[in-house]
Every structure is written in structure tokens, then in C-alpha cells.
Design a protein around this ligand. Sequence first.
Ligand code: GAP
Length: 453
Amino acid sequence: MTEPAKAKVDMEKLVSLCRRRGFIFPSSEIYGGLSSCWDYGPLGVELKRNIKDAWWRAVVQQRDDMVGLDSSILMHPQTWEASGHVEGFSDPLVECKGCHLRWRSDELEGDRCPECGGELTEPRLFNLMFKTFMGPVEDEAGMVYLRPETAQGMFVNFENILNTTRKRLPFGIAQIGKSFRNEVTTGNFIFRSREFEQMEIEYFVRPGADKQWFDYWVEERVNWYVSLGIKRENLKLHPHAKEELAHYARECSDVNYLFPMGWAELEGIANRGDFDLVQHAASSGKGLSYYDEEAKEHIVPYIIEPSAGVDRTFLALLCDAYDEDEAEGEKRVLLHLHPDLAPIKAAVLPLSRKEHLASFAKEIYADLRQQWMVGYDDAQSIGRRYRRQDEIGTPFCVTADFESLEDKQVTIRERDSLRQIRVPIESLKVTLAAKLGGEDLFVLPEGGKVWKE
Ligand code: GAP
């Protein structure tokens, strides 16, 4: 298959759509913003929650070999000694002697400052972990880190989970949560920021079965993105060469996505071997092992870790869903978001604001809201209102017109195809549920009819 060379949408368009429609705002904007920190607005928070719910459904709810965890962001400082982060979680940093801007030396093309052409200092290692202090005294004894990954919370709870769930190998722990990295270079919107969210799995397997499970998870994770509508040709695996591997990894493959700035990592899948359990066992003095009934001995499981970013998934989904076409003679922007992910599942649109029609439509709106996030819009022409919903990815619009008051039927319009059907109000909820679940629009409920081909 020939792979696309360039993403279909540029970043400015996406940033502008996100800002304009309330998906994402710069953090503390009234104070001029805070570099590389972002706030998810009313629509963004819904999309983000839907991404996390879809991940949780796929990796926890629908599997019997996985359990969830929500560990704290602040952890015992020894955690980060044992994990190797205190010593090794650093980027090589150089500073311009002229303008004092700092750069990652491994990302620089020449040996001069890209900003002013000034001379650069020798590289020094810069640790990416944020520090803070527990309690009232700001001294070494109270110093803690904001976690740079959620993974360590799962390793240190290995024994707790084993003892409370009685899981047998292979099994996994899944966690979603905020992580913090004092990145030297941020940018590309929400792609690389200093505060971000991860969705991580630590999957414990018998040593020897690790290669098979590594391959399994690589395929499983790619399929997950595809199941949410991301085009396969916009995804590419990047297996790490030996010299690229992190200190804990035996093997690693990134799932890369074709972002507007080019191919970049969406998720990393690593075979961490027994590194983490051995390190934490040695550091804590607790024997972090598993009694293998088959071999009748204690073993230290190997760990396969699929580690995804919520924010990067958000960005990839928006890039993939973004489209421009023409509808009813007008240009439109639309997001082909999967119904499970769309922030608003349906919008109720009364054809007029006249009192009797408005109260009729509001009753429908109140009823649908019991089940889904639903919008209501009665401002401007119906065409404009359709466009507004298309632009935020609402899969269906429900329109009530004056005839609806007589025949107790409403029309349902499908975002992508622009087709419409007319259905009795009493079957509206089941019909919408079926369509949101993927049923073809023209499969009609009793009393329903095709309204627009
Ligand atoms: N526990 C392994 C781990 O954290 P990683 O490759 O450093 O591995 C995993 O991070 C994922 O977290 C990345 O693939 C990316 O999606 C997300 N991520 C990492 N750093 C990020 C940042 N600064 N901003 C946004 N997302 C980030």
C-alpha cells in the first residue's frame, strides 16, 4: 500500500476549530496563557472522556484478564530511584550564550542557536521530572516528584492486586491518569505538553511467552485505533532499533500517526522484561514474585506495556475526522467522529421558535438527554444549524417541524450521508440507539419512512 506523504489537515485549522467551538483553550488565557498547557472546553471534555471510556471498555470491561487501578500522582521518592528516572530520565540540553534560549541538543541540526545563530554551551543532562514538597518545610526530606508516567503506580501495586484479585498469569493492570514532564521542547498543540494524560497497561506474562504477547498487544492496539475510525494508512509501526531502546526495554514498537507535522508517536508498546519488578523488589525489600502453579516455583513475570497518550489520541482523532465538503450547495466543515466518541450524539432542532413547536421539541430534548449528551439549537436557519452540528461531529440531527405536531413524527438527519428518515416519536430513542450503534439509517422502525435519499 502506498502511504500518504502528508496529513489532510493543517494544524492551524485544527487549532482554530478547537478554539472557536470550545474543544480546547490555552491554559490561563486571560493572563496570557501558560506555555504548553491546555484546557479542555465543554466539547473537548466530552470527547476526551469518550476516548478514555472507549479505551477502558476495550481493555478492562470487555476482558477477563485485566483489572483497573487509580494510583496517586505523588509517590514515595524511592520509586523513582528504583525505576531509573532519577538517574536516567533526562534530555541533553544546550543553552545559547547570546539569547539564552535552551534547546535539546539531540534535536538540533547545526551547532548554532536556531533562534539567533549564537554559540551554544556544552550539552548537560536535564532531568524531566517536576519536583515539589510535601508538608510545610521545603527541604530535601519533603521533596517528591510529580509522576512522569502512570506505570510505576501499577508496578508497586503488583502484590496488592495479586492478593486481592487472585489473577493468574497472564493478566494486566490498566490505568488512566495525569503525568508530568518538564519537557525542554514542547509544541505542536497538544502533541507534547508538560501536563498530559496517559492510558497505560502493564501486562504480566510468563518469561518466554513475552514475545508472543508483545506481538499480540501491538496488533491489538493498532486495531483499537482503527475500530475508532482512524484510517489504517495513517498508522505506521516503528520498531525500535537497539540503540533507541529505553533503559528498561528489551523490545519496543511505536504506533506512529501521520499528524500535520509528519509521522510521530501516538503510543509505545514495550517489552520491559522483569526490570521493574526486580528493581522495586530490591529497593523495597519486598519479594515481588508470582507463585507459578505449573512450574511449582516463584517466578518474576515479564511485563508488556502498551502506553498511550490521551491527548495525542485526541489530536489524531481530530486530524483523521476533519473534512471539508459541500452540502446543500454550501461549503461545510465536518468531523467524521465515531458515534462513540462524538461529544454530542444528537441535536434537537425545532424548525421554528414558535411556542407550541418549541415546547414540543424541548420535551424530546429532555427525554433524549436522559440517555445521551444531546444538543438543542433554535438559532438561525436550519441549514446553518446543521452546519454547526457537522463541524463538531454530531452524528444525528433530530428536526421537529409543524407537521410533527400533527403526525407525531420527527426527521433524523445523518451527518456523513445527509440522508434523512422520518420516524414516530415513540420509536425515536430506540432508533437513535440503533443508528448510534452502527445500523444503516434506512433500516426503518415501524411507521418510519425514507425522507431524503
Ligand atoms: N510508561 C512508558 C511511557 O511513559 P512514553 O513513550 O514516554 O512511555 C507513552 O510515553 C505515551 O505517552 C506516548 O506515546 C505519548 O502518547 C504520551 N506522551 C508522552 N510524553 C508526552 C507529552 N510530553 N505530551 C503528551 N503526551 C505524551
